[in-house]
Ligand binder design. Structure first.
Ligand code: SF4
Length: 236
């Protein structure tokens, strides 16, 4: 048998790979590292706070709010996020390093509509440091990234893509008026069987719609109430 003169072991020897594959893997790893270091995203704001809504309510979480949204909700409370060009580009490496300064376990990517951006490299970088990755999205753009938790909040102004809906861990529908209950049920019928269902009063309409939501949940107990507790306790 011929001796292996290659610096890399041949396939079948000690269950290892061919030299070409090793080089290819090294190159792939190098490219991924470079992407994480150089790729930038528009960041409107970032802050360490308490998650105020939905299933992870009450947990310490680092929020990254990305700029850019093409959904156009009339009641949007972060309209400044819509124009991505108004917000500074921040490298994924810098974002990850900033998060790592805090003791947080959980990072929430929100917007704007965060899925307007390819989030593959951002989530790869965050997961490499051991963070849980959650996203809050309307689902109106293609899904990218690796997520521990997807909060889908469908908006009538630009409906979710059908292919995103089955991946939701949590369906959170903002109730602005009584017609939104039917809209909520449309999506409840499309999510997977494990998906948690939340109804959340639109902040400025809360006095009017919260009693309607309470009555609805009592009649349809598969739903739960989500309140924006961060607004009650005055944290961002
Ligand atoms: S999807 Fe969110 S950021 Fe975009 S307009 Fe609606 S509420 Fe505002």
């Amino acid at each position: 048998m011929l001796a292996n003169k290659s610096p890399y072991p041949l396939r079948g020897q000690n269950n290892t790979t061919l030299a070409g594959e090793v080089l290819e893997n090294d190159f792939k790893k190098m490219t991924e590292t470079l992407t994480i270091q150089t790729q930038q995203l528009p960041v409107m704001e970032q802050f360490y706070t308490i998650q105020g809504e939905g299933s992870h309510q009450g947990r310490a979480a680092y929020f990254i709010r990305l700029g850019g949204c093409d959904v156009g909700c009339v009641w949007c409370d972060v309209k400044d996020s819509w124009d991505a060009s108004k917000h500074p580009m921040v490298s994924i490496k810098m974002l990850t390093d900033i998060v790592a300064v805090t003791p947080t376990k959980l990072v929430v990517i929100t917007g704007g509509e965060p899925l307007l951006h390819d989030l593959t490299a951002l989530t790869a970088s965050l997961k490499a440091k051991g963070f849980e990755t959650n996203i809050e999205t309307s689902g109106s753009s293609p899904l990218s990234g690796t997520w521990d938790w997807i909060c889908l909040s469908p908006k009538k102004f630009k409906a979710p893509l059908p292919e995103v809906v089955p991946f939701a861990n949590e369906l959170k529908v903002v109730i602005f008026n009584k017609h939104d209950f039917a809209w909520a049920e449309t999506y409840a019928a499309q999510v997977n069987s494990q998906c948690k269902l939340y109804l959340q009063p639109e902040w400025d309409k809360a006095d009017a719609v919260t009693p309607m939501i309470i009555a609805y949940i009592k009649a349809h107990p598969q739903w739960q109430l989500s309140l924006q507790i961060h607004k009650y306790i005055n944290v961002p």
